[in-house]
Design a protein around this ligand. Structure first.
Ligand code: NAD
Length: 501
């Protein structure tokens, strides 16, 4: 049984609150550690350390800051498998998927290593009266990130790499379910040469989150997690004068048109619905089939593949999906499968009875893959996010209906369309009320140099994660008008300056 404490000012700091949260290994279904949950005062101490360290960091040249990011990239590649192992142990996801979790995060470090170019401002020469005008982007000061359990490497790296490269000090409040990877990331930052106090980790629950969202020294809060908490964090941080981006839950639809290559669609659905046991905010959880013919053929193709998906522990090289994060979460997912049945949907493949037989893993939080047909938009099991290894099939008759379903859903994170028609794909991409769209691409997750963010109840706030939006989120603009001349006319001018005077 190990303990995870905080990381402040370049060193591990023992929690003093005497409150702890359990850490489980989902593959074996046992508690393996505990994480310190910070008190308000402990969080305030972390913010104070960050505040003290930030001005010197911001004063370093952007090239020096970028070099730390370059070092970090090298270290993260070297440490990728160690990070992925620690991640699989606490999260439960399959090792190859955990490697992907680290990889997607380090790609943001690669992007942020280009900060000297990315931070370049705009300059307008001689805008009038021999005046030049330019703008610069300044760091905000102390900024914070609050992250979910399902990407314990990628999401902390999404936030911290850009926040730090732009000159801020970062306070990380990770998920208490898998807190070890952010601590390993702290070691990587330190080895990369980051000054103490710029990357800090404070573990905790609502008390820590509330402190971060209300302390006046924290200038911006980035949040990723469930919608109800995202909304709460957004409103609380805003009410306390902070900039906030808060990403929430999802229900991602894939539209399948009659002209789509169904073999490719089946491949795409198997990976995007059941990969990471569906615990991804960009998992496809609804397949919208245009026409009964498409639905019947697709269900026929998916059924044997879903039945034979290999469920194994996280280090089983044959495993295609592994355990869910906690037994409570498994019970919640099972509850939704019961509900879908009660609501009249058809459980074509029913994973509820799955039993793990491999010795040593019998008590893990496993659930078999489930395929549900005849789902309708009125069902609660359709409206809610399930976040488990299940795919729901909704049957419609037209492209119009396929566009309307995700557009009218309360979530709007990602969606995709599979079709051979450029016209239909264009129509779908242009009109669908969703933030990230794929055309013949199952999981349309933008790469580091583009920005990640959904619409409606999938994201609160206007500025997305990473890419140029990430840089805007962690900086504020200053616009400077300057004149260096000895022909400045004497005397006051009372009219507002325009290009006419
Ligand atoms: P969660 O909302 O339970 O937890 C997220 C963070 O909020 C954690 O750090 C947690 O400690 C904190 N938290 C939990 N309860 C709180 C409370 N009452 N008050 C204050 N803070 C609280 O989410 P989760 O279960 O860890 O993650 C899964 C969810 O995250 C899913 O809904 C998923 O769709 C979503 N998610 C969204 C995105 C996205 O970009 N839109 C990405 C990944 C995950």
């Amino acid at each position: 049984m190990y303990e995870v404490h905080h990381y402040v000012n370049g060193t591990v700091v023992q929690g003093k609150s005497n409150r702890f949260g359990p850490i489980f290994n989902p593959s074996i279904g046992e508690q393996i550690g505990k994480v310190a949950l910070a008190s308000k005062e402990e969080v305030e101490n972390v913010i104070a350390a960050a505040e003290a360290a930030q001005p010197a960091w911001a004063a370093q040249s952007v090239v020096r800051r970028a070099r730390i990011l370059q070092n970090l990239v090298t270290i993260l590649y070297r440490e990728k498998d160690n990070l992925a192992k620690a991640l699989s142990r606490e999260h439960g996801k399959v090792f190859s998927d955990a490697q992907g979790d680290v990889q997607r995060g380090l790609e943001v470090a690669e992007f942020a290593a280009g900060m000297p170019h990315l931070l370049k401002g705009e300059f307008s020469q001689n805008v009038g009266g021999n005046i030049d005008m330019y703008n610069v982007r300044s760091p905000l000061g102390v900024v914070a990130g609050i992250t979910p359990f399902n990407f314990p490497a990628m999401i902390p790296l999404w936030m911290s790499c850009i926040a730090i490269a732009t000159g801020n000090a970062f306070v990380m409040k990770p998920s208490e379910k898998d807190p070890s990877v952010p601590m390993l990331l702290a070691d990587c930052w330190k080895e990369a040469g980051l000054p103490d106090g710029i990357f800090n980790v404070v573990h905790g629950d609502k008390e820590a989150v509330d402190t971060v969202c209300t302390d006046p020294r924290v200038k911006a809060v980035s949040f990723v997690g469930s919608t109800s908490i995202a909304k709460y964090v957004y409103e609380t941080a805003n009410a306390h004068g902070k900039r906030c981006q808060a990403m929430g839950g999802a229900k991602n639809h894939m539209a399948i048109l009659p002209d789509a290559d169904l073999e490719k669609v089946a491949d795409a659905l198997i990976g995007s619905a059941y990969g990471s046991a569906g615990e991804r905010c960009m998992a496809i959880s609804v397949a919208v089939c245009v026409g009964d013919d498409v639905a019947d053929k697709l269900v026929g193709m998916l059924k044997p593949r879903v039945e034979s998906l290999h469920v194994g522990h996280s280090m089983d090289p044959k495993a295609e999906m592994a355990a869910l994060v906690t037994s409570e979460h498994r019970a919640k997912v099972k509850g939704y499968l019961d509900l879908a049945e009660e609501e009249g949907a058809t459980l074509v493949v029913d994973g509820r009875g799955f039993k793990m037989t491999e010795e040593g893993f019998e008590n893990g939080y496993y659930l078999g893959a489930t395929l549900i047909d005849n789902v309708t938009a009125e069902m609660k099991s359709y409206k809610d996010e399930i976040f488990g290894p299940t795919l729901q099939i909704v049957r419609v008759n037209t492209l119009e209906e396929a566009i309307a379903l995700p557009s009218q859903h309360e979530y709007g994170n990602g969606t995709s369309i599979f079709t051979a028609s450029g016209n239909a794909a264009r129509e779908y991409a242009n009109r669908v009320e969703v933030g990230m769209v794929g055309v013949n691409v199952p999981i349309p997750v933008p790469l580091a140099f583009h920005s990640f963010g959904g619409w409606k109840n999938s994201a609160f706030g206007d500025i997305n994660q990473h890419g140029m939006e990430g840089i805007r989120f962690y900086t504020k603009t200053k616009t400077i008008s300057q004149r260096w001349l000895n022909d400045i006319t004497a005397g006051a001018e009372f009219a507002i300056p325009t290009l006419n005077n």
